[in-house]
Design a protein around this ligand. Structure first.
Ligand code: ZN
Length: 721
């Protein structure tokens, strides 16, 4: 019998609370957890950032025995295990990165029943030795993460995943939960059939990510646009920038580095060591930008990626959604930014045309690309269209995309379209955009003269628009399928659809080019709504977290998320109990980091020239009731909090110290001597004082005492000036 079976098993909500530090389950988590706890097989489709891992971690802790988690992401396993150990969960992993001795250790503790969760790679799990071992152990569940790897049509296909179908035969009584962030119906059906989950309860989570702000920029100079976006909105944040080619990845990383950011490349042409090294730095250091091809991303668990940028057009809405979904997994405000230009569009269309696939394949790919182009050229809410694509409907515009926040102007582009299309026609449908724009603007050059295009009836008829605007017109006409791009010189050709436009039987609505704006899109500070003062404390907490993470050799987010830091900066907890109220701080974290955080908070009193509203309320009540306990009871807050409010009042002379605590004049004098000796006033350190008096006074009392001397010192300096 293992050590985890003695006590009565806890309830899921208790585990969520005490281990993970959250008050309540999100979305369908509770129903999923309860199904697995009840022994039911489950399939969960949930977007990245939806809180997937809780769905198997909690059942594994509530059911008796060890939960086995199958994951293909060996490079990330150690971090996953570290994060769980951090909150006090007994867990381990088995994969090829360990030596034989380490593996035997893990196996031994598995047999002794000392592990609640075991992470394994599919290769390791399928070894006969491992299967035998597990048959002797007592298992609570199998969790099959990244279950879409079973699909041979997807780009993450892992053949071993299909062999996981032996699990129900070898372990008929162990419930399985399969999880994926993929939305599409075909993959779902494949998972069900390949993993033999026909009896599983299926949970499909909404794919909406309301904290992500979508923005598509149609600017010509994408690189500079990207820099403006990063500089204005994310001067210190971590982010991912996707590019189509390895060359562009390298160039962009170098360019961003030249701008003073830590920007690291990641693409399939690099060595495994280089890739791992850059990935680790991205995960562990603050504010790193990774510039990558689509090779980067699956399973990246970093919760505080604040932005995802696309410098190239993705291949489809699915890829776009999956890639942008890596932003804001912690639920805090994040940005998905994309620049898209004519060149990109032409290139993607060509790539599909020139691909090896058969005509059916090309047709499917072209359809996907067209859906994405439609999305780029939208004038209405982007989220409504995105969710619509995944079969969900959003009844109201979201209010958190560029089109909702800054509705694009449209104009009647019928005449411009006619001019553009007839220029294509009259010049023989064998020229690219640059040349056609020159014809419209009447800009004669060598090429125009060589082909005699000065004599075309459309030569110089388009001077009402700039070259940039004409490119926008052509781009939209391509996106709307009035024009196709063909041949190695990207020649534009008319499609059947053009007839009605050229005959004047159809009007065409075009989007106006947006002017570059210096307005912030959505910054971290704004999203966490911290005052300047709290933001400073937030930065100090970030430093503390970085040093703790370094000591323990884990990524910073394993210690805690940004959202928790912001919550601490707002609440300024002054003891462990108050820290326990902070979202994301369960018992283990409070015990482990409580002292360091509380010490930092005590040294960061709020600037107290004026009292905050809540402090004022406390002081008013205290003046009536005269007792800390009564005020605390009346306000429903902790006595410590009341004391901290009173300390603020003491510091600006609104409340005499003696009214708050009983202190003899001689005792006060002694405090004064020690505080001066230890030089505690400038940084207001309380710990040395606490230790000096050998814990005779609690921190709340000492805080009031120090505030008293701060006030006295101010009085003295006023008198001297
Ligand atoms: Zn919207």
């Amino acid at each position: 019998m293992s050590q985890f079976e003695h006590a009565t098993k806890p309830q899921p909500l208790e585990v969520l609370n005490s281990v993970f530090g959250y008050d309540s389950f999100r979305h369908q988590q509770q129903a999923i957890v309860e199904s697995v706890v009840g022994g039911q097989d489950v399939l969960t489709l949930m977007p990245t950032g939806g809180g997937k891992s809780i769905c198997y971690q909690i059942p594994a802790m509530v059911r008796s025995g060890v939960g086995v988690v199958v994951s293909p992401l060996i490079a990330l396993m150690k971090d996953q295990v570290d994060a769980l150990r951090e909150v006090g969960v007994a867990c381990a992993f088995l994969n090829s990165t360990q030596d034989q001795y380490e593996q035997m250790e893990v196996e031994a503790s598995l047999m002794r029943g000392e592990i609640q969760l075991l992470y394994v790679s599919p290769e390791r799990l399928l070894m006969e030795r491992t299967l035998n071992l597990l048959e002797q152990a007592h298992l609570s569940l199998f969790a099959i993460d990244e279950a879409h790897c079973v699909s041979q049509w997807g780009h993450d296909f892992r053949p071993e995943y299909q062999k996981l179908s032996i699990l129900p035969q070898r372990f008929p009584n162990v419930p399985r939960i399969a999880l994926t962030a993929t939305a599409d119906e075909r993959t779902k059906q494949e998972i069900i059939s390949q993993l033999q989950l026909s009896n599983a309860k299926v949970f499909v989570h909404s794919f909406d990510r309301p904290n992500i702000r979508y923005h598509v920029s149609e600017m010509a100079n994408a690189k500079h646009e990207l820099w403006d976006f990063i500089e204005q909105n994310h001067p210190q944040d971590a982010g991912i920038v996707y590019c189509l080619s390895r060359k562009k990845v390298e160039e962009t990383a170098t360019w961003l580095s030249g701008k003073g950011r830590v920007a690291l490349p990641y693409h399939a042409g690099m060595s495994v060591e280089q890739k791992n090294q850059n990935q680790q730095r991205f995960l562990r250091e603050e504010g790193v930008i990774i510039v990558a091809t689509i090779a980067f991303g699956m399973g990246i668990d970093k919760p505080n990626v604040r932005f995802v940028g696309h410098l190239s057009l993705p291949k489809s809405i699915e890829s776009y959604y999956q890639e942008t979904g890596r932003a804001g997994r912690d639920g805090a405000q994040a940005n998905a930014w994309m620049a898209y230009g004519l060149q990109d569009l032409v290139m993607q269309k060509q790539m599909v045309e020139n691909s090896d696939g058969n005509s059916q394949y090309k047709q499917v790919q072209m359809g996907k690309l067209n859906a994405l182009l439609g999305y780029c050229e939208l004038s209405s809410c982007r989220r409504q269209t995105l969710l619509g694509y995944f079969g969900e409907s959003l009844s109201q515009p979201c209010g958190n995309c560029d089109n909702c926040l800054n509705p694009p102007k449209t104009w009647d582009g019928t005449q411009a379209a006619q001019k553009a299309l007839s220029t294509v026609y009259r010049s023989g449908q064998t020229f690219g955009v640059t040349h056609l724009v020159n014809v419209l603007l009447g800009k004669s050059d060598e090429k125009i003269q060589r082909f005699g295009h000065e004599s075309l009836s459309t030569f110089g008829i388009g001077t009402e628009l700039t070259a940039e605007q004409w490119k926008g017109v052509f781009r939209q006409l391509i996106a709307m399928n009035y024009l196709t791009v063909e041949g190695m010189y990207n020649n534009l050709k008319l499609t059947e659809l053009c007839r009605t436009v050229l005959r004047g039987e159809q009007t065409i609505e075009l989007r106006e080019l947006r002017k570059a704006k210096k307005k912030k899109t959505s910054s971290t500070k704004k999203s966490t709504a911290l005052s300047a003062q709290d933001a400073e404390v937030f930065e100090k907490l970030r430093e503390l977290r970085a040093s703790l993470a370094k000591q323990q050799n884990v990524p910073a987010y394993v210690i805690c998320h940004d959202a928790s830091l912001a919550d601490i900066a707002l609440k300024r907890p002054l003891n462990h109990e108050e820290l326990g109220q902070v979202s994301g701080f369960g018992d283990a974290k409070v015990a482990k980091y409580g002292d360091a955080i509380v010490e930092l908070m005590i040294a960061q009193p709020k600037a107290t020239l004026v009292l905050t509203a809540t402090e004022q309320t406390t002081v008013d009540l205290f003046n009536q009731l005269n007792k800390v306990d009564l005020v605390a009871a009346e306000r429903g807050i902790a006595a410590n909090t009341v004391m901290s409010h009173l300390a603020s009042a003491i510091e600006i002379g609104l409340c005499p110290l003696q009214q708050v605590i009983e202190v003899e004049p001689s005792e006060l004098e002694q405090f004064g001597v020690v505080i001066t000796q230890l030089n505690l006033l400038s940084e207001r350190k309380l710990k040395p004082l606490f230790e000096h008096f050998e814990a005779k006074y609690d921190y709340s009392t000492l805080r009031c005492v120090v505030s008293h001397f701060v006030y006295q010192k101010q009085l003295a300096s006023l008198a001297n000036s």
